[in-house]
Ligand binder design. Structure first.
Ligand code: DGL
Length: 290
């Protein structure tokens, strides 16, 4: 029997829309509920426990919409809160780090990979661990072996990218200057693959790509995450029949502002009908932290 419940997707703001867009593209028959916690963004410079608390509240809100799956469309929340969310959820939870790491080790030819992310993601060290783990799996399978043997990783936090993305300043001169400042050492390191390990960063992909040059592959994990979502729906016998598809959007900040910034990226007349909802009211103190 078809499962027509929506998929719940959340992020600290508009960044998760880069994942939502790929989910809609790959699975147009699935309904979605999106929550952007713009009012409490950025998550990337919050403490571990605050990121967990916010993520649990985001998840509780989505659960009230009878979702069949939760997609953590945020690397910061994935690195800090995935285990806790998975342990406290009744439905499958999808994170974004491992799909991105997998795409990176498949793409690199020289083994030099750059990871750009929020401060909280970089300092957790989890993204680098995920890339190394995936590289080891490739070595074990004898895939892309030369590159994997030469694996060398550089990480760089780019906190201002989140503000630029939220502001809609994706390719103006301020974005260009900020990109040069953050990414000069990464370019000098000779990476051929750059992981956009924050879901806000694909919004600046044009500016980032122009600076890094045509030989550097940018990894936007959204595409890989969408296929993980599809596989999980199939595994769990949860595909919808494509009838009465709905798209709901919620933000914890100003709804018009959210729509104005997001519309040029999302297209298809979306987002529309966005409502402002705060999620501080959910008491998550009883949730067990993993
Ligand atoms: N989009 C989020 C991520 O992928 C977080 C950005 C932020 O709120 O700092 O990490």
């Amino acid at each position: 029997m078809a499962d027509n419940r929506p998929i719940g997707v959340f992020d600290s703001g508009i960044g998760g829309l880069t994942v939502l867009r790929e989910i809609i593209e790959l699975l147009p028959g699935e309904s979605t509920v999106y929550y952007g916690d713009n009012g409490r963004a950025p998550y990337g410079n919050k403490s571990h426990s605050t990121i967990i608390q916010y993520s649990l509240q985001d998840m509780r809100f989505l659960e009230e919409h009878n979702v069949k799956m939760i997609v953590i469309a945020c690397n910061t929340a994935s690195t800090h809160a995935y285990k806790t969310l998975a342990a406290n959820s009744k439905v499958p939870v999808v994170e974004v780090v491992y799909p991105g790491a997998t795409a990176a080790v498949k793409a690199t030819r020289n083994g030099r990979i750059g990871i750009i992310a929020t401060r909280a993601t970089v300092s957790s060290g989890l993204y680098e661990t995920a890339v190394r783990q995936k590289a080891q799996e490739m070595i074990n399978l004898g895939i892309n072996k030369e590159a994997m043997d030469n694996l060398s990783i550089i990480q760089q936090d780019c906190p201002l990218f989140v503000s630029l993305a939220e502001e809609g300043w994706w390719d103006d001169e301020i974005a260009v200057m900020t990109t040069e400042r953050y990414l000069k050492p990464v370019k000098e390191f000779g990476v051929d693959t750059l992981v956009l390990a924050c879901t806000h960063y694909p919004l600046l992909a044009g500016t980032i790509s122009r600076f890094m040059g045509p030989d550097v592959t940018l990894i936007n994990s959204g595409i890989s995450v969408a296929s993980v979502v599809r596989n999980k729906l199939i595994e769990n016998n949860m595909m919808s029949d494509g009838s009465s598809v709905t798209r709901e959007f919620y933000t914890s900040d100003d709804a018009a502002m959210f729509e104005n910034v997001a519309a040029p990226f999302l297209g298809r007349g979306l987002p529309s009908g966005t409502q402002t909802v705060k999620v501080d009211r959910y008491d998550v103190s009883g949730c067990k932290e993993e």
